[in-house]
Design a protein around this ligand. Structure first.
Ligand code: UAG
Ligand code: ATP
Length: 532
């Protein structure tokens, strides 16, 4: 019997997902497992207490501990979880797992491990009955394109009449039920809870985004992946990985753990390096890309303002596809999903139906306002590569100017600064007007971040204006918009908050744009503000 504890607070997230968002209230089921069973596959030293202690739940946050729970103390980036052991015990924890010498009252079991994050992953998988052992788990990794590919795969599996779970940046789905999430790849405990719930709902297929943070921080340890998909690798998250080499090595780890297929972008520089490494090894390797040397490739690619058509070539036949997304990046993302469909033996007509059924993804090339004269797009482009590809996709279709509103979140220090400079250069090169602003500056000085971005725009000879306040920046861009122009608001995509200091403030770009436009229309100002 597998113990379950889905309290209402098990999964507290910030971003919104579309659909009927699932809450865990009312789902709480309690079972009890002896500590000795929870740690059966764990290397540990028992410092005090009893292994016969009964455990009702696991928590890595003291604020979420419930009576009879097991608290795992993690030394974090911000604070040290060991400082919250007393709080966890105060909330009823009957056992704690630590990686530093810690004191606890008599009667509380204390287990010392080498790595708390790894221990959390191990115990969570055990506690929830190792659900991925009986699942078809597909992991998608790479810098850009993960979310889109997971949505394409979800839709292909649905077209093949299979129930599917999805875990990623915009949120997670247990079948059609949405679950909000904070991270692209949730913490190991939350992952195992999601997998468990999927199995409870008879869902065997699950497609998930696997971020490099997740791989580094052991969130996906003890998950059994059948298929791995690699999209591309361009500079991002270097504050954690320090170099592209170690960023690549972390991503590559996923492909040592797969059992059914590895699907890799053969046109990407790092994809080719991965292919060299995987060639001749099990499991089956499938390369995708535009070039015909790949097993799955595309010809006759035609981009329209509202979509892209192409002929997909596969070892078992070719077929026409018409995507609802404009641009080459979506051809790549679709080819990855096609390769997956093939590896699963799904027939080509279902693959095509699945791809064409994806009408839009929140914050991915999303038109949030349009009238005959101008269009406002929100997109999640937040890397140099993503921003460049977004602007290059739009360039052929814009009759007037591209007005780009963007900021760059990037960590403190040289990597963050380099990212801001690089994205500033891209904006200065391809946008007619850059409106530089803030994007989750968090604890950093927003004015300094803007100066670093501006330097890039200036180096590229771009025209720009800067506003610390993102809402003001959007208003300025909308007010500047003339017939034929496109306003692109990049960086936040699906996100609905702005993080300033430690505060997370509601910030919905769709609402801001539409409220402003409604106001203009109402006051009759549109004639002057949006004249040619
Ligand atoms: C940098 C990073 O990855 N941070 C993650 C990390 O948080 P942390 O180490 O900073 O946690 P902390 O605040 O120092 O706390 C340490 C420990 O003390 C505990 N604590 C804290 C306070 C308290 O009162 N009681 C208590 O027990 C915390 O629950 C935690 O276990 O562990 C947390 C729990 O798993 C994550 O939610 C958190 O992700 C934060 C929100 C984050 O922004 N992560 C980003 C960088 C991230 O992971 N991104 C990737 C990639 C996205 C992409 O592709 O672009 C993702 O997968 O989302
Ligand atoms: N194949 C691709 N190559 C380059 N850029 C892409 C690609 N696919 C999408 N993008 C850009 O990256 C943005 C994010 O796309 P998507 O959400 O699919 O990627 P992701 O890998 O999930 O990102 P993240 O992990 O940061 O959430 C898109 O809005 C688009 O601008």
């Amino acid at each position: 019997m597998c113990p379950i504890n889905f309290g209402a607070s098990v999964y507290t997230e910030h971003t919104q997902v579309p659909g009927n968002t699932r809450t865990y209230a009312g789902l709480e089921r309690r079972s009890i497992m002896k500590l000795v069973s929870v740690v059966a596959d764990l290397a540990y030293t028992l410092q005090q207490g009893e292994l016969q202690t009964e455990i009702t739940s696991i928590a890595f946050d003291s604020r979420e501990v419930t009576a009879g729970g097991l608290f795992v103390a993690i030394s974090g980036f911000q604070v040290d979880g060991h400082a919250y052991i007393q709080q966890a015990i105060g909330r009823g924890a009957s056992a704690v797992v630590v990686e530093q010498e810690s004191v606890a009252p008599e009667g509380i079991a204390v287990l010392k491990v080498a790595d708390s994050r790894d221990a959390l992953a191990r115990m969570s998988a055990t506690f929830y009955g190792n659900p991925t052992e009986t699942m078809n788990l597909i992991g998608v990794t790479g810098t850009n394109g993960k979310t889109t590919i997971t949505y394409f795969i979800q839709s292909i599996l649905k077209a093949a009449d299979r129930s599917v779970g999805l875990i990623g940046t915009i949120g997670s789905f247990i079948g059609d039920e949405a679950v909000q999430s904070r991270n692209t790849t949730p913490e190991s405990l939350h992952l195992q809870q999601l997998f468990f719930q999927m199995r409870e709902s008879d869902i065997r297929d699950c497609v998930m985004e696997v971020s490099s943070h997740a791989l580094s921080l052991k969130r996906t340890a003890y998950c059994r992946f059948r298929t791995g998909i690699f999209t591309n690798l361009t500079p991002d998250h270097l504050e954690l990985h320090h170099s592209m080499e170690s960023y690549f090595e972390v991503k590559a780890q996923l492909f040592d753990r797969t059992t059914a297929a590895n699907i890799v972008n053969g046109d990407d520089e790092y994809g080719r390096r991965l292919i060299e490494r995987l060639r001749g090894r099990a499991p089956r390797l499938i390369r995708y890309g535009i070039r015909s040397e790949n097993e799955v490739y595309a010809t006759e690619i035609r981009c329209r303002e509202d979509g892209t058509s192409f002929i997909a070539h596969t070892p078992v036949g070719r077929f026409a596809v018409d995507l609802h997304f404009p641009g080459m990046i979506y051809v790549y993302n679709a080819l990855a999903a096609i390769a997956f469909g093939l590896s699963e033996g799904i027939d080509l007509s279902a693959i095509r139906r699945g791809l064409e059924a994806v009408k839009g993804i929140r914050g991915r090339m999303e038109t949030v306002y349009a009238n005959g004269d101008y269009r406002v797009i929100v997109d999640f482009a937040h890397t140099e590569d993503g921003l460049e590809k977004l602007l290059l996709t739009l360039l052929p279709f814009v009759k007037g100017r591209i007005i780009l509103v963007f900021g760059v979140y990037g960590a403190e220090g040289e990597h963050g600064e380099r990212k801001r400079l690089a994205m500033g250069r891209v904006a200065g090169t391809f946008a007619d007007l850059s409106v530089v602003t803030s994007d989750n500056p968090k604890q950093q000085n927003p004015a300094r971040l803007l100066l670093e971005i501006e330097r890039g725009v200036q180096e590229a000879g771009g025209v720009y204006r800067s506003f610390l306040d993102r809402k003001e920046a959007i208003h300025y861009a909308l007010n500047e918009c003339r017939k034929g122009d496109i306003v692109v608001i990049a960086g936040k995509g699906h996100e609905t908050t702005q993080i300033l200091g430690n505060a997370e403030i509601p910030f919905n770009e769709r609402e801001i744009v539409n409220a402003y436009m409604a106001e203009q229309e109402h006051s009759g100002l549109e004639l002057s503000a949006f004249s040619e």
